[in-house]
Design a protein around this ligand. Structure first.
Ligand SMILES: Cc1cc2nc3c(=O)[nH]c(=O)nc-3n(C[C@H](O)[C@H](O)[C@H](O)COP(=O)(O)OP(=O)(O)OC[C@H]3O[C@@H](n4cnc5c(N)ncnc54)[C@H](O)[C@@H]3O)c2cc1C
Length: 467
């Protein structure tokens, strides 16, 4: 098992290197790990996996009912949703099939609902149903006044995005993938059938290259002479409401989508909070993940209409993520056989859902370009820590606490995180490198107090482990 953080990178040539350890790059590395004959590297600029767009989304496992029919995204979201739901079940990733309601607030939106139902059928999703206001308000009594009806999409679910990325990375590393962190790739040279990647930790050689660099996929593409697309970061700001707000909704409340995206929604999270967001702001700064007063005001305005009582609830946190929007409303996944190179660009607002299907698609492209992957093996399943509310956390499991009292010793009271879970995270295959990484693995400091009470104790455990 190899995860490296510093020092020179290995000198021998890899069969495949994947640049970018977001949910997409980790899924690709995991898929390649099924082929024991391949020597695979996963190269990441930051000090942990899943620190780009993959850490800051709305965490919905989409059905793909509203994708552009016939697009690559539509197919990969449809396949990916099915596969991720099954994978989450096997791996202990928190997932809840809450279903969605697309709420119409005016006549134009109501008129659009049957078309969306037809579009869903074209996307092979046949379970939608139009519902009248009476049933809508029965299902969602706290909905603001004036809704004219809705489209029920029962297959939409919520999922834990952090554990998903981590599960892929863990499985990949356990099956022989070398994960090289702190290795931003600044240049690529392709000659004599080999890519030579310049990174902050020296060079890395590989015979095939996969670019899963998210917001920076266009920059890496240009190093190889391609100008097929430009990534425009589309910021989505979100507000997280306290767990006390959770009972205000039972479904994901979606707006009727427009050309600018899926619009502002209200959704429960698997951790028991409610999310309001995201905004959709096209920017030119790929680091602009801050929240703004205007963005939050716009969200509150939308929230006041959708779920007026929400605005009386406590806000736990705000955050923002950047979608990798391009000139086209589709993924930009392209094989360049003459360079033994695959670009996985433009993975926009559905990449979490589609990740496992993107991985299969990319490995098939690599095989089409002549990569002989050798025989496949089944991967040893991973069992990830449960961060969801639907299954009890370890401190509520008397048998587990009796066997290991560390699970009964709470450190973060808001989220019910025990010393045992923090210890396990610090000793895991892909351990956290900082307190935020520990939060994504355990939820320590993610609750109502945001670390005000538990912060010092969590830090002490983190530093004590010499992480
Ligand atoms: C507000 C918002 C809401 C969303 N909601 C949903 C949702 O509900 N459901 C859903 O399915 N999807 C959703 N998405 C989309 C989803 O989050 C993304 O599609 C997905 O996270 C993209 O993953 P990625 O691996 O392509 O990119 P990233 O997670 O950004 O990973 C790319 C990685 O590449 C690394 N990197 C970049 N350049 C280099 C380099 N030169 N060298 C080395 N490493 C490099 C970065 O550090 C980063 O870790 C949402 C996105 C946003 C922003």
């Amino acid at each position: 098992m190899t995860v490296t953080l510093n020092g020179p990178l290995p000198s021998g040539s890899y069969d495949v290197a994947v640049v970018g350890a977001g949910v997409v790059g980790c899924a690709i590395a995991r898929e390649l790990a099924r082929r024991p004959r391949l020597r695979v590297a996963l190269v990441e600029a930051q000090d942990d996996v899943g620190q780009g767009t993959s850490k800051a989304n709305t965490a919905i496992l989409h059905t793909g009912f509203d994708a552009v029919p016939g697009s690559l995204e539509a197919r990969l979201v449809r396949e990916g949703a099915r596969r991720l739901a099954a994978y989450a079940g096997e791996s202990g990733i928190a997932v809840e099939p809450v279903g969605a309601l697309l709420v119409a607030w005016d006549e134009e939106q109501r008129a659009a609902l049957p078309h969306l139902a037809e579009k869903a059928v074209r996307n092979e999703y046949r379970a939608t149903r139009l519902i009248e206001p009476a049933e809508l308000y029965e299902r969602e009594p706290h909905l603001g006044p004036g809704a004219l009806g809705a489209l029920h999409v029962p297959g939409e679910s919520i999922v834990c995005p952090w554990t998903t990325t981590l599960a892929y990375a863990t499985q990949a590393v356990r099956h022989g993938v070398d994960l090289h962190l702190n290795s931003p790739v600044s240049d690529v040279n392709w000659h004599d059938g080999e890519h030579v990647l310049s990174t902050a930790r020296g060079t890395l050689r590989t015979r095939r290259l996969v670019n899963a660099a998210g917001l920076h996929a266009d920059t890496l593409d240009r190093h190889l002479g391609h100008r097929d697309f430009t990534v425009t970061p589309r910021r989505g700001q979100l507000i997280v409401f306290d767990k006390l707000a959770r009972d205000l909704v039972h479904h994901i409340l979606l707006p009727v989508p427009t050309a600018r995206g899926k619009g502002v929604l209200v959704t429960p999270t698997v951790y028991g909070n409610l999310l309001l967001g995201p905004t959709a702001e096209d920017l030119d700064d790929k680091r602009a993940t801050g929240s703004t007063a205007e963005g939050l005001a716009l969200l509150r305005e939308s929230g006041a209409r959708i779920l007026p009582a929400l605005l009386d609830e406590e806000v736990t946190a705000v955050y923002a993520g950047l979608r990798a929007a391009t000139e086209q409303d589709d993924y930009r996944i392209t094989a360049h056989p003459e360079q033994a190179y695959v670009t996985v660009g433009g993975i926009r607002s559905t990449g979490l859902t589609a990740s496992l299907a993107i991985a299969s698609h990319v490995t098939a492209l690599l095989a089409d370009m002549g990569l002989d992957p050798g025989p496949a093996r089944d991967l040893e399943p991973v069992r990830m820590p449960n961060l969801g509310e639907t299954h009890p956390r370890p401190h509520r499991n008397a048998r587990r606490v009796a066997a290991d009292p560390e699970y009964g010793s709470l450190v973060c009271h808001c989220e019910g995180v025990s010393r045992g879970e923090i210890r396990d995270a610090l000793a895991s295959t892909v351990p956290p490198r900082n307190l935020d990484g520990l939060r994504r693995r355990t939820r320590a400091r993610a609750g109502r107090c945001q670390g005000f009470y538990c912060g010092a104790a969590v830090r002490e455990l983190f530093e004590g482990a010499g992480a």
